[in-house]
Design a protein around this ligand. Structure first.
Ligand SMILES: CC(=O)N[C@@H](CCC[C@H](N)C(=O)O)C(=O)O
Length: 373
């Protein structure tokens, strides 16, 4: 696939971001692109709103997996693009449009040039939540095609295009979503003594949650508790009967995740008794850490170091989450960051990743998967 075709695909995908497990147009688009490739070595199987594409190798002694995510985020786009999202309130703000384009670019090459080993391409829905990796891993199709190794990438705004950054072992954190509903008693704004205000209770809780990382987690470990959304009440002169906090927890160690959750339960117990209200916790989707296989990562890094068009960086672990961690629990493999050179971070409405990153990744992964041919 030439650069112009790759850019066209990325821009078309950018315009149709969809939520997790609702990637209907995206799946259709990807299917049409694959249908336009030679079919001789391909077996395609739909899985929910995702796809498995198996490429039969001419020797086929082992199977190498390559996974891309597919979903967008509920963000109103603020880029300068002429090809902005056509789905109001949704945006590819985490690079999944680039990730899918890269997967299609690699796949097209091997649809034309039969690989020695089998390849399995996984187009995975719902990475941003509620998590497509775990059920995809448990699916019959995955168990049938079962890769021996698995690879994936994620764009990294902070590195220049042409950079690949990774490390053996722990790369991304353990995560848990966090939803807390508070229920008190509504009333007239002028009569607070007859009501039980959940805006006040929620405000106290948000402040108390900030003490977990600073006071309860070992300073030499790392954790994050972020409340990304708070809602409650109905009108400025009505005391709120309910409030809801939505957030996420990140920890580098598995033990700290349990400890943070325990502290959240205790603080919520305190809010319930202190504010005479009821509280309900939902931990939402939990993702295990992304842990790169040491040996495969060393060999991927050695290979990358030798490629002149790539700048390899050995990075530190990050507090981002990725349900690709579930594939790595099952199958040895490697995840890496792909430099995409934009001043705006992941999940920012203004992010404009460099499309040059697509070309780097496509040629790098074609060379990597071809290295033993
Ligand atoms: C790479 C990236 O940004 N991943 C997401 C994963 C979301 C996990 C889950 N929905 C949560 O919010 O905990 C991230 O936010 O790190």
């Amino acid at each position: 696939m030439n650069k112009e075709q790759l850019v066209k695909i990325r821009r078309e995908l950018h315009q149709i971001p969809e939520p997790g497990f609702e990637e209907f147009k995206t799946q259709q688009y990807v299917k049409e692109k694959i249908a336009g490739m030679p079919q001789d070595f391909l077996t395609i199987e739909e899985w929910k709103t995702g796809l498995f594409v198996f490429v039969k190798g001419y020797e086929g002694h082992k199977t190498l997996g390559y996974r891309t995510d597919m979903d967008g985020l509920p963000i109103e786009e603020k880029t300068s693009y002429s090809f902005r999202s056509q789905h109001k309130g949704m945006m590819h703000a985490c690079g999944h449009d680039l990730h899918m384009t890269i997967a299609l670019g690699i796949l097209k090459y091997f649809a034309h040039n039969q690989p020695k080993d089998n390849l399995l391409f996984l187009f995975q829905p719902a990475e941003e939540g509620p998590g497509g990796a775990k059920p995809m891993l448990a699916s019959d199709a995955f168990q049938r095609f079962k890769p021996d190794e698995i690879y994936a990438l994620h764009i990294a705004p902070e590195y220049p295009a042409g950079t690949i950054a990774t490390k053996p072992g722990l790369l991304f954190a353990n995560t848990s979503e966090l939803f807390i509903d508070l229920k008190g008693k509504g009333g007239h704004a002028a009569r607070p003594h007859t009501a039980n205000d959940m805006v006040v209770a929620a405000s106290h809780l948000v402040t108390q949650l900030q003490t977990i990382v600073s006071r309860n987690v070992d300073p030499l470990d790392s954790a994050v508790v972020t409340i990304g959304k708070i809602s409650g009440g109905t009108k400025q002169n009505i005391i709120a009967e309910t409030a809801r906090l939505e957030g996420t927890i990140r920890t580098l160690s598995i033990d700290s995740m349990e400890k943070v959750k325990q502290r959240i339960r205790s603080l919520i117990g305190g809010i319930e008794s202190g504010f005479d209200c009821e509280a309900f916790i939902d931990w939402g989707a939990n993702y295990c850490q992304v842990y790169n296989n040491e040996e495969l990562t060393q060999s991927f890094m050695d290979f990358s170091r030798e490629q002149r068009e790539v700048e390899l960086v050995e990075c530190s672990e990050a507090m981002t989450g990725e349900d690709f961690g579930y594939f790595l629990e099952d199958t040895p493999g490697v995840m890496f960051w792909l430099g995409a050179d934009t001043p705006y971070g992941l999940h920012d409405a203004r992010i404009e990743p460099s499309e040059a990153a697509i070309f780097t990744a496509v040629s790098h992964m074609i060379a990597f998967f071809s290295k033993n041919q």
